[in-house]
Design a protein around this ligand. Structure first.
Ligand code: SF4
Ligand code: SF4
Ligand SMILES: [Zn+2]
Length: 127
């Protein structure tokens, strides 16, 4: 699991397969993450999550949450969960959700198969 398991946009970094990043709020991030408008905006507003913003969902965030990337479609339900039940419960639920149903290993968004052999119900990479 990544040291920083989520972003303020509601993405669960714990299920992101990028090896060169320790999660949105960690020290080890790439240039894209460093400059991400949602990360910068929440930081400037002193907010933990976009769902606590009075402008939520702003048009930029709404467009991003509905673009072609299936993992972005998790953001809106994630933010609603965080708003209603809090971050601790959400993280617990996410940690459980992103496990192989057969062996319990951690899995990531676009992973088709677990090393144990189990086929996974993964997102499809868009064209
Ligand atoms: S989209 Fe931006 S705020 Fe969300 S996890 Fe990625 S870098 Fe962080
Ligand atoms: S929802 Fe609010 S905090 Fe999040 S990116 Fe939009 S304006 Fe910034
Ligand atoms: Zn497995």
């Amino acid at each position: 699991m990544k040291p920083s398991p989520y972003g303020p946009c509601g993405l669960f970094c714990g299920a992101c397969g990028a090896d060169d990043c320790d999660g949105c709020l960690s020290e080890r991030i790439d240039e894209y993450v460093r400059q991400c408008r949602f990360r910068v905006c929440t930081r400037n507003k002193g907010l933990d999550f976009c769902c606590h913003c009075e402008d939520y969902p702003c048009s930029d965030l709404a467009a991003f949450m509905g673009d072609k990337w299936p993992h972005h479609w998790t953001m809106e339900p994630n933010l609603e969960f965080i708003r209603s039940q809090g971050v601790a419960q959400w993280l617990e639920a996410q940690r459980r959700e992103w496990l192989c149903p057969k062996c319990g290993a951690e899995i990531v968004w676009y992973q088709k198969q677990c090393p144990c052999g189990q086929e996974l119900d993964a997102f499809e990479v868009p064209e």
